[in-house]
Design a binder for this molecule. Sequence first.
Ligand code: ADE
Length: 418
Amino acid sequence: MEFDVKDQGLADKGRLRIEWAAQSMKVLRSIQERFAVEKPLAGVRIAACLHVTTETGMLAKTLKAGGADVRVCASNPLSTQDDVAASLVVNDQISVFAIKGEDKDTYYRHIHAALAHSPQITMDDGADLVSTLHSNRTELLPTIIGGTEETTTGVIRLRSMAETGVLRYPIVAVNDADTKHLFDNRYGTGQSTLDGIIRATNRLVAGSTFVISGYGWCGRGVAMRAAGMGAKVVITEVDPLRALEAVMDGYQVLPMETAARLGDFFCTLTGDIHVIRKDHFEVMKDGAIVCNSGHFNVELDLDALSALAVSRRPIREFVEEFQLADGRRIYVLGEGRLVNLAAAEGHPSSVMDMSFANQALCAEFLVVNAGRLESTVHGVPRDIDRMIARLKLASMGVVVDQLTAEQDKYLHSWQMGT
Ligand code: ADE
């Protein structure tokens, strides 16, 4: 079996951490139990490019229980949990190619290693696997049944591939399921981003000015949690509807040019490039803490910051100090990579339970529908989404009402008014 992990000696620690995650992943566990009996993925080769965390460990084990031949590689150079990678190799005989802190060359070498078994299904988080396939490994395309995509940034890239006629196989946008983005993006990113910032800095959030760029589901989640901890939250946005929503949610909305002077903490979650750039770094307060929780490390213009700096040094784990000519210091967390996975452990298992239940069931959906789907970006089937919501509620012991026959009839009639 091929693999590339940091240290197989970490496997026992990883196994315990995966076991801990499993306790909060009842929906995925129930799918794993069914998969173990029914083997819906028997012999299917899957390449999964995901953040290698305890929750991804649970997903990989579920796919394997369903009969799949799984290869896992990292979807970010800094998000791998080395003990999890080791445990999957040693305890589950799953090929993993991921090392926390790997350089760009190793990152792409690992993607190529995951593709080397000629996958029939790709599972992506950010679309680097799919874009590598479509640019460098096109000979592998004919045997691919389909793929899934975990995150907003990946879905945007894939839609652009579909619109320009480049996408060569069907992809299910797991991100767009309600049981994914309404929970993972909002509550998962909300909690894990604050967790990453606090673990990295141990600074007090209460009373601070916390600038959040982007008021999508992730930005909304971070704003909610920062406000809950007592910060004065400032939102920067480019979309008028989202900006309006932020205003009505009670936050101050400002252009970054103004917000840059006020913030104690800055966090970008826009999916776009250079959201915080030279002009903004130039006016920041001494001690400003800057990080990103969007998918790629492009949101902070760190080249501009290093050009402005007269010196830079790591000052704590995942914190780099940039000193400017006038003595002001700016602190960048996790090299501008997603702070929730670089400096903390990513989203809690309980939300990843729903995201990865979607992944597992969409892999099964792709196998059942092999050859029948158009080469474009598809939504998650509504029945899968609703079933996951029902299973999650049941796992939490929450009981909901049922429509009465009269109510059901009313909802299906157009004749009845007042
Ligand atoms: N993305 C965000 N949090 C994650 C986690 N815990 N596992 C995998 N992918 C993630």
